[in-house]
Design a protein around this ligand. Structure first.
Ligand code: NAP
Ligand code: ZN
Length: 352
């Protein structure tokens, strides 16, 4: 075992603070790496405050992890010491079920996904997995990704959750030049959605509650920006969108968006609020054969594909770098949508 410094939540209402944890010695197929940067996802906040229930404390969040390899096991073939690598939301799964075999580990049929934090850790009995708000991590090479050489490392961190969570549904629902795609919410996930949808060639419409983000949204790749509180602006989009990806982290009226879908259009929910949305109007769905769907992150092969796509299109996240000591303040600002557009922790602040 090796010791690593970390920041943890000790209960659902106190601020996060310093914590020391142990990582396993790398096994034959394991990669050990120094964490250099970690993105701050709204899911970290939901989990730390037990908004989805089931959080076990101490909890070390963080699943947008990038760094440099320090050690590899004897049977590791894909990585060597010094490589730039990344880990996202998962560190293991059953690897044998049809979903895992299809590279869709997040939908593991045996419900054996081991999430990067707050899952039982089979390597250290009685402990939970600890995430990226720490100086070092050890993972099975099958759950480790290669960071393309041209991508800024800190800006790459948020691709590991925010990036793949938008890339996967955009790809699955065949985003491309002939499509009109809506992205709801310009936060961490949403700003990656705007960039990726634009890069896939779709006419991209950003829906926001924050009028002051309009100019930025266009710079990021939106062809149109709609302030969702403005009924006239919303009405102009009626029955016009092929696909909407909704990233909002709070409960809200879904009908306002399903009514903007064309016949056979789909709204994919990726935001997972603490409290349920009001039940959507069935009439709104059946009158135009519209679908309401959900999507969770993306599998490991697709995550590598997304990183390579971002490399080809020169896409990284727009970030605000913080030292770990500012994490509690960052959570409060994220709740006020006051971040452009993802906080990333500089892990050098934990090494001092
Ligand atoms: P975020 O950075 O806080 O962004 C959420 C955005 O939603 C805000 O920037 C804001 O955009 C909008 N918003 C917030 N409150 C709102 C409200 N009351 N009404 C309308 N719009 C509101 O969060 P994130 O990290 O992108 O995560 C978003 C959600 O996705 C979270 O629930 C997170 O847990 C979930 N998530 C899901 C997956 C998955 O696999 N499906 C993966 C990662 C995260 P505007 O200012 O533009 O309105
Ligand atoms: Zn996340």
């Amino acid at each position: 075992m090796t010791k690593a410094s970390a920041y943890a939540a000790f209960d659902k209402s106190s601020p996060l603070g310093p914590f020391s944890l142990e990582r396993r010695e790398p096994g034959a197929r394991d990669v050990q790496f120094d964490i250099l940067f970690c993105g701050v996802c709204h899911s970290d906040l939901h989990t730390v405050r037990s908004e989805w229930e089931g959080t076990v404390y101490p909890c070390v969040p963080g699943h947008e992890i990038v760094g440099k390899v320090t050690k590899v096991g004897d049977n590791v073939t894909k990585f060597k010491v010094g490589d730039r690598v990344a880990v996202g939301c998962m560190v293991d799964s059953c690897k044998t079920c049809p979903s895992c075999k299809a590279g869709l580990e997040q939908y593991c049929d045996n419900r054996a996904v081991v999430f990067t934090y707050n899952s039982p850790d089979e390597h250290i009995p009685g402990k939970r997995t600890y995430g990226g708000y720490s100086t070092q991590i050890v993972v099975d090479e099958r759950f480790c990704l290669k960071v393309p050489g041209n991508l800024d490392l800190a800006g790459t961190a948020p691709l590991l959750c925010a990036g793949i969570t938008l890339y996967s549904p955009l790809k699955h629902w065949e985003t491309g030049p002939s499509k009109k795609v809506g992205i709801v919410g310009l936060g961490g996930l949403g700003h990656m959605g705007v960039k990726i949808s634009h890069a896939m060639g779709a006419h991209t419409v950003l829906f926001t509650t924050s009028p002051d983000k309009a100019e930025d949204a266009k710079r990021l790749g939106a062809d149109e920006v709609v302030v969702s509180k403005n009924a006239d602006e919303m009405k102009k989009q009626s029955e016009s969108l092929d696909l909407i990806v909704n990233t909002v982290a709070a409960s809200h009226d879904l009908d306002a968006y399903t009514s903007l879908l064309k016949r056979d259009g789909t709204m994919v929910l990726v935001g997972l609020p603490e409290h349920p949305h009001p039940s959507p109007s069935v009439g709104n769905l059946l009158s135009k054969r519209r679908s309401l769907a959900g999507s969770m992150i993306g599998g490991i092969p697709e995550t590598q594909e997304m990183l390579d796509f971002c490399s080809a299109h020169n896409i990284v996240s727009d970030i605000e770098m913080i030292p770990i000591q500012k994490i509690n303040e960052a959570y409060e600002r994220m709740l006020k949508s006051d971040v452009k557009y993802r906080f990333v922790i500089d892990m050098a602040s934990l090494r001092n």
